[in-house]
Design a protein around this ligand. Structure first.
Ligand code: MTE
Ligand code: MO
Length: 415
């Protein structure tokens, strides 16, 4: 038996998770209510009614923004993105649809099964999965479809996120391609459906399941991750196994996966067939109230870029070289360039790009600028991907609040 550096993760995890969850009592993942948490710290998200509790007593989490208790909705404070391109696990955002989430998982008895339209259905323990299949690593951005929904105008229902419903991590695990080849996908297979351990409080609630086309799942990048930034996944981020779909919105990144089924028909389950639709046009954009627009399943992420060391209203010194920096990503395509404009978008100049962690990762950008005029100075940032696709200068709008990727800007006060 070969040693694997990830073996220890599973042996230690049970105690670790139980220890921390134990402190919160039996309800554990039913997070403490705001009053129980006794928290007075708050953070103001940059839109109306944007005040939220800042909490630091959630299982396996550091200081994060509590958007909602149950099911958990937790946002990453934006300053975290200034510290590096990999988002620490304990600050990584969290989103669940259904309220019944296991609070303890025993990695020694956990099993993953793969079945459906395959030659040899199988089921494996975590140890068998780690030892039996080649290890695969990728750095990729996980972004909620509704990231930045709080900025939609007119406002739309749903979690009122600022820009922190995203994170970037190094994911380690096994490729779906290797799992599917092991089982032998039969002819006439259409899609592969992923199911996790969470469920609704009433039995009628549809299980959260997502499907992807067979060819996509076989692309050699779609994977099941058992580690995130070299550590076991936090329970709230899907311990012990989660799907990683590089370049696609996080709704597909099913957590706590224990069941994979190959289907020889389109998937008609609610979360795949009905939910998560967007207008069938480039930026998922309609006029508020517009009807009759064809809707398609959400899929590939668009390019985005953000300031991380300055924010709206900050004061900077006149005639002094000032470092401005941030992060950007290309979405489903690689990032080609990040550019800044100081004249309202008339002209753009390239920012310098930091280390490249791969096509699906955040990438740091920076530039040094000397402001010579006193008063208000607007700075805009935009990303271009490898296909030449640029962020739009006007915000998109759709009723679900999905796929925002408008050019970001800050107004600085030069003094
Ligand atoms: N099992 C399960 N997986 C899930 C979900 C869920 O409700 N249940 N939500 C999805 C959605 S919509 C998002 S945005 C991401 C959030 O991933 P995170 O909580 O690790 O940040 O998980 C995805 N995977
Ligand atoms: Mo999401």
């Amino acid at each position: 038996m070969s040693m694997n550096k990830y073996d220890f993760l599973f042996l230690q995890q049970r105690r670790k998770v139980l220890g921390k969850l134990g402190a919160l009592g039996i309800a554990a993942l039913g997070l403490p209510t705001i009053s129980e948490a006794g928290q007075t710290d708050t953070i103001q998200l940059p839109f109306e009614n944007g005040e939220r509790p800042l909490v630091s007593d959630l299982p396996q989490k550091g200081s994060v923004i509590l958007q909602r208790n149950r099911p958990p909705l937790i946002e990453t404070p934006f300053e975290v993105f200034d510290h590096g391109v990999l988002t620490p696990n304990d600050r990584f955002y969290v989103r669940w649809h259904l309220a019944s989430i296991p609070t303890t998982i025993d990695p020694r008895t956990y099993r993953l099964s793969l079945h459906g339209n395959v030659e040899k259905p199988f089921s494996v323990s975590l140890n068998e999965l780690v030892k039996g299949f080649p290890r695969f690593d990728i750095v990729a951005v996980n972004q909620c479809s509704g990231n930045s929904r709080g900025f939609f105008s007119p406002r739309v229902p749903g979690g009122q996120w600022a820009n922190g419903a995203m994170g970037n991590a190094r994911w380690t695990g096994v490729r779906l391609k290797d799992l599917l080849n092991h089982a032998g996908v039969r002819e006439k297979s259409i899609c592969v459906r992923f199911n996790g351990l969470d469920s609704g409080v009433i039995p009628q609630t549809p299980k959260f399941m997502k499907s992807l086309a067979v060819d996509h799942v076989l692309d050699g990048e779609v994977m099941l991750a058992y580690a995130m930034n070299g550590e076991p996944l936090p329970v709230m981020n899907g311990f012990p196994l989660r799907l990683v779909v590089p370049g696609w919105y996080a709704t597909y990144w099913v957590k706590m996966v224990d069941d994979i089924e190959v289907l020889d028909r389109p998937d008609d389950n609610f979360w795949t067939a009905t939910a998560y639709k967007v207008p069938d046009n480039h930026f998922a954009n309609v006029h508020p109230g517009q009807t009759g627009v064809k809707q398609v399943p959400i899929s590939k992420m668009l390019p985005r870029s953000f300031f991380t060391n300055v924010k709206d209203g900050d004061t900077v010194r006149v005639s002094t070289p000032t470092l401005v920096r941030g992060i950007a990503f290309g979405g489903v395509n690689a990032l080609r360039a990040v550019q800044l404009s100081f004249d309202g978008g008339r002209t753009w100049r390239d920012a310098q790009l930091g280390t490249d962690y791969g096509r699906y990762s955040f990438r740091q950008w920076q530039t040094t600028v000397t402001f010579t005029q006193l008063g208000r100075q607007q700075v805009m940032v935009r990303a271009t991907d490898s296909t030449g696709q640029v962020q739009p200068s006007t915000p998109n709008w759709n009723a679900a609040g999905f796929m925002r990727n408008v050019i970001e800007s800050v107004n600085l006060n030069v003094a």
